[in-house]
Design a binder for this molecule. Structure first.
Ligand code: HEM
Length: 393
């Protein structure tokens, strides 16, 4: 008989005891079955998730990577396409995400991060989420990478957060968020198609390229921009918040990183490993056995990337942030054909955030009067991160 578990994204216990729940699952029920949201399997161990993410023939993305049904949703390319269509679309998008290409936005992102800190550094306290972690990735993605109007960010962010975090608790609000982003992106694409000016950027590439010899469908163009926005905002925000929290709670690590810039890039990998925000869904295309459990064709399967990165069989002392650990094998960005296309963009914001956290604050601590708050759905992130500090002079 199959053991079922209480794995409800909306439950307080999952949100409050997130890492304990995942540790227990890895130890006692690594291939778990939840009956919430229509029923699905949850893979929590590194090896199982890593293999399933690479085996797209058995675990398709083409039937959606969310657990909640979204009505009339355009296909979210590339995340909800399987090869070979997926590979063709990635070929169109990949050139805009290479390290050298993204390096062009690094200095603008650092300036942007410094400007955000300028606004609150003399106040002695703030909600780091509201004033820094939430706006920075959007300003970098919209303002510098996609070159869309920064003034549109607050509205897009509100819609994106509803679409991601409210899919289980308030699906109508989530769907409205989704539809609104789709409408916004459709207008962006229409404007570009009507313009005679060529910018040779990612939006032009979506407008002008072909897939299977035919122009990309309007739906696929819109879906691609939606997934870039949904993939790029809350994920990076979530890691920035945890970076701040961790450095506030472990001042010795902050001092060590201040003195050793050569540890920064591995420290960022560790922040990503420890605080991966994401889980993604798949559907089994045939009957398959994992860890002794029979997963049937058509079953939904959740790949818990966040859990894999605290799997002690892969990472000794998994809960410790060790900037000398070579953590590059972490699955924060996934694995296989769908591995995150935006990892270089995310790291631009994470480097800019780390620089500010190490250089602009003298004392830094969590505000003892107000605890951080979190929301957990298929993704997890802080919704407030109150801190107190003194400015570095
Ligand atoms: C810390 C930040 C980020 C994390 C942790 C993250 C995580 C992930 C993960 C786990 C996947 C794999 C999805 C799957 O297997 O189904 C993914 C895919 C993707 N991410 Fe990210 N992501 C981040 C930032 C970004 C950014 C900044 C962008 C956009 C600029 C982005 C765009 C995408 C896209 C388009 C995909 C789909 C790729 C494909 O299906 O080929 N992500 N991301």
């Amino acid at each position: 008989m199959t053991e079922t578990i209480d794995f409800d994204f909306t439950s307080d216990s999952y949100n409050e005891r997130y890492y304990d729940v995942l540790a227990k699952l890895r130890a006692t029920c690594p291939v778990a079955r939840s009956e919430s949201m229509g029923g699905f399997w949850v893979l929590t161990r590194y090896d199982d998730v890593s293999s399933a993410a690479r085996d797209w023939q058995t675990f398709t993305s083409a039937q959606g990577v969310g657990l909640a049904e979204v009505e009339n949703q355009p296909p979210l390319g590339p995340i909800e396409l399987d090869p070979p269509q997926h590979s063709e679309l990635r070929k169109i998008l990949n050139p805009f995400f290479t390290a050298p290409c993204v390096a062009g936005i690094e200095s603008a992102a650092r300036l942007q991060a410094a400007e955000l800190v300028d606004r609150f550094i003399d106040a002695g306290q703030c909600d780091f989420h509201a004033v820094f972690a939430r706006p920075l990735p959007g300003l970098v993605l919209l303002g510098h990478f996609l070159e869309l109007p920064k003034e549109d960010l607050p509205q897009l962010q509100e819609w994106a957060e509803a679409a991601i975090f409210e899919q289980a608790s308030d699906s109508e609000h989530a769907q409205t968020g989704f539809r609104n982003i789709a409408g916004y992106m459709a207008a962006v694409l229409e404007q570009r198609a009507a313009s005679s000016e060529r910018k040779n950027d990612l939006i032009d590439a979506l407008v002008n390229n072909t897939l299977d010899g035919a122009p990309l469908s309007a739906e696929l163009r819109i879906g691609s921009l939606i997934v870039l926005l949904l993939g790029g905002l809350d994920t990076t925000t979530s890691v920035l918040n945890e970076m701040c929290r961790h450095l506030a709670e472990e001042p010795a690590l902050r001092r060590r990183l201040q003195k050793n810039p050569d540890l920064h890039s591995m420290a960022i990998e560790e922040f990503l490993r420890l605080y991966s925000p994401g889980t993604l869904g798949r559907v089994a295309t045939k009957d398959v056995v994992i860890g002794g459990r029979h997963i049937a064709e058509g079953d939904r399967v959740l790949l818990h990337f966040a859990s894999t990165n605290r799997d002690g069989d892969q990472f000794p002392n998994p809960d410790v942030l060790d900037p000398e650990r070579n953590a590059c094998r972490h699955l924060a960005f996934g694995a296989g054909p769908h591995r995150c296309i935006g990892s270089n963009v995310a790291k631009v914001s994470l480097r800019a955030g780390l620089e500010q956290l190490l250089t602009r604050f003298d004392e830094l601590e969590l505000d003892p009067a107000r605890s951080p708050t979190y929301v957990t759905s298929q993704a997890r992130g802080a919704t407030s991160m109150p801190i107190r500090f003194t400015a570095a002079r």
